[in-house]
Ligand binder design. Structure first.
Ligand code: ADP
Ligand code: MG
Length: 682
């Protein structure tokens, strides 16, 4: 018998011709190695035999039973024949039923014993519908833990499982990829055992061990690679060392006292800037924790050292707001601030680029328009991205490439658990602002059903009569077929015509022209608008301290971190503030998520709960471009292994930061293959 090799095409397997090879490619399986690394997505435990008397309605079980009489055949109509086989295991009788299976008619003899697997129904009598069956001891599909694979049409479970078996039984070798000392230290299966077991587990215990080994390998390799790249990078990438005494000047020019957390993070940043190596730092802090000031301090230091800085933000509203705030801070200190947006005229842009290219140190704020066009940033020393979760890794990189080794600072309010931050932002150092400025009040939060709208409108009216303002957030821009989803434009019209004819109601959404949006935000900030209907464009960063009410329609449609961000738009001033969440979904999970919002005000806590309720895929949504995709590891469920691999990877890099030691040869090869020399992390 010929042996199979890992890099051979799957068409060498018995039963796999060109046609099936093509179908398998749809499952990303081209080689023998791909095939044996196509791990099952789940399992059915078909090892436990149940007694007939114990069977419950609707459960799927195995029973071992003896045939009582030959098959009973009933022709219902032309193309429908029902076959019934009575069996017994001594505790009771059960009827096995199939449709149209003439080929099975003579398969069963009275007195034969089989194992049957299928779904039970107890009414009107005990039956098992279309069961799979085997002779005892055969263990092909039954009597074992049965793997469930992701499939494509034309390939079924038994086929795929059969190909894997054929490959594994005749494989030349499955080489180890982890160093011996690691598998020993962490009590891991060797790779070969793990792969055999993940496809054909003998019992649940060994399955768990196989999974642990494979998850460990995946996370450990990824993290070691990140630490390695970061380390070698830090060694290579030198940057201008700044003098940072000017931080004091800046801090004392502020109208308020910074929190200890803010001071600590500014300290981290100063250390980075002084080091002579390019800063690569993530500042993570809850909504309202005061990240902007910290970034501003870094910009000020940069300007004082003769370099420009650029801050990229995800929306024009936010860019404008940051620009206004920074200008107020910087102009008394003699530093010029400029704004770059997509919608500016060519003439405006040209004038701006000229100033940027002049070499005078500037503070530049902009949307991703910063990435395009003629801004050359001859003396760019610091690159900041605010609300990092809105940008992809590549956008961050492009801005970074506008200069030679700039210092980089990324800021995010996505409060991800620290361990997970290490994975997602593994290329960055992390500082947390884990304290809010003093005097912040909790925003009282209420969960409401449709019929409570009148009460909420009355409440808004009362707040407005006290001089305050309200946000109403809806998930859609225009009216949709789905009547449950409130659209911004229609809703604002209804409110201003029927509910609040005496108040000023306006709407804003992402599809409006920048100038329109700007005018409306400005009107709202100047209190010329009482009630602002909005899509989630106001989610990030917008700061109007006089607003005290946040109403969110169809709150069940938003992520909890997003709801937390939205709620963070109120409670920014001295007034008691309120958040009303309308939940139109009746599902239990939606209710749990709303309860989480009501009872928690800490973004980290909320994020963790959301994560556990929805799983990381949905939690991060499609917006989180930076999240690596793992084959078998699940960042949430495998948190314990993740902690282990973080430690292991750190230890390895500390001991061998160049991955040159003989004992790390396997992992070093694997990492170099993984990144294929194509990834540089900035
Ligand atoms: P975020 O972290 O959400 O970006 P911001 O930087 O927008 O928060 O800050 C929120 C508000 O808090 C701003 O109005 C800012 O001026 C104010 N602020 C920041 N730090 C302090 C502080 N130490 N004391 C009082 N107010 C502060
Ligand atoms: Mg902010």
């Amino acid at each position: 018998m010929d042996k199979y090799y890992l890099n051979q095409n799957v068409n060498v397997l018995k039963g796999v011709g060109e046609k099936r090879a093509k179908l398998l490619r749809a499952l990303s399986i081209s080689t023998i190695e791909d095939l044996i690394c196509a791990f099952p997505r789940g399992y059915e435990d078909r090892t436990v035999l149940k007694k007939i008397i114990e069977c419950k309605n609707d459960e799927t079980v195995c029973i071992k039973a003896t045939v009582l009489s030959s098959m009973q055949v009933k022709k219902v109509r032309k193309n429908l024949t029902i076959y019934t086989l009575p069996v017994s295991d001594g505790t009771g009788t059960m009827h096995m039923t199939w449709f149209n299976i003439r080929f099975l008619e003579n398969k069963f003899q009275k007195g034969d014993t089989f194992i049957f697997y299928g779904k039970i129904s107890l009414f009107p009598k005990k039956t098992m519908a279309s069961p799979i069956f085997e002779k005892e001891g055969e263990r092909r599909q039954l009597g074992r833990i049965y793997p469930i694979y992701s499939l494509t049409s034309g390939i079924n479970q038994n086929m795929l499982s059969g190909f894997v078996k054929e490959a594994l039984l005749n494989i030349s070798d499955i080489p180890e990829t982890l160093p011996d000392y690691i598998t020993q230290k962490y009590g891991l299966f060797d790779r070969k055992t793990a792969i055999f077991t993940i496809h054909f587990p003998k019992n649940l215990e060994s399955l768990k061990k196989a999974r642990k080994r494979l998850v460990f390998e995946e996370l450990f390799t990824f993290q070691t690679a990140l630490y390695y790249l970061k380390g070698s990078h830090a060694c290579k990438k030198s940057a201008t060392a700044y003098k940072t005494e000017s931080a004091r000047e800046f801090i004392s020019s502020l109208p308020f006292k910074l929190t200890n957390a803010q001071l600590r993070v500014i300290g981290d940043i100063c250390n980075d800037l002084e080091s002579g190596k390019a800063m690569q730092r993530l500042v993570s802090g809850d909504v309202g924790s005061g990240k902007t000031i910290v970034a501003a301090c870094a910009m000020y230091i940069t300007a004082k050292n003769g370099f420009s800085s650029a801050m990229m933000v995800p929306t024009e509203i936010l860019a404008r707001q940051h620009f206004e705030n920074l200008k107020k801070l910087f102009s008394p200190l003699g530093i010029e601030t400029v704004l770059i947006l997509g919608g500016q005229s060519l003439r405006e842009k040209k004038a701006l680029y000229e100033r940027i290219n002049s070499g005078k140190p500037l503070c530049v704020v902009g949307t991703h328009a910063l990435l395009f066009g003629g801004a050359e940033f001859t003396n760019l020393g610091l690159v900041i991205t605010d609300e990092q979760h809105r940008f992809g890794v590549n956008q961050r990189k492009t801005l970074g490439e506008k200069a030679i080794n700039p210092h980089t600072l990324v800021m995010t309010a996505t409060p991800i658990p620290r361990t997970m931050a290490l994975i997602i932002y593994g290329d960055l150092d992390i500082s947390m602002i884990d304290e809010l400025p003093p005097g912040r009040q909790k925003v009282n939060t209420y969960i409401l059903k449709k019929h409570m709208h009148e009460k909420v409108y009355d409440f808004i009216r009362r707040e407005c009569s006290l001089g305050r303002q309200a946000f109403i957030v809806c998930p859609l821009v225009e009216d949709s077929e789905n009547m449950n989803l409130k659209s911004v434009t229609e809703y604002a019209k209804m409110l201003s015509e029927s509910i609040f004819p005496d108040l000023s109601v306006a709407f804003i959404h992402g599809k409006m022209k920048p100038a329109e949006k700007e005018a409306i935000m400005d009107d709202f900030a100047q209190r010329r608008i009482d009630i602002l209907c909005s899509t989630s464009v106001i989610e990030v960063g917008v700061d109007v301290p006089n607003a005290s009410v946040m109403v969110i329609e169809n709150a069940e449609r938003f992520g909890l971190s997003q709801l937390h961000q939205l709620r963070g738009r109120v409670g920014r001033g001295k007034n008691k503030s309120y958040c009303f969440l309308f939940n139109e979904s009746g599902t239990e999970i939606a209710e749990k998520r709303m309860e989480t919002m009501k009872n928690n005000h800490d973004g980290f806590k909320i994020a963790e709960t959301d994560l556990s309720l929805r799983g990381p895929g949905e939690f991060f949504g499609t917006r989180q471009h930076g999240l690596p995709v793992f084959k078998i590891a699940d960042l949430y469920c495998d948190m314990e292994i993740l902690n282990m691999t973080t430690l292991a990877a750190k230890e390895l890099i500390k001991d061998d930061f160049e991955l040159k030691k003989e004992k790390n040869a396997l992992i070093s090869t694997k990492i170099k293959n993984l990144f294929n020399n194509s990834v540089t992390i900035n």
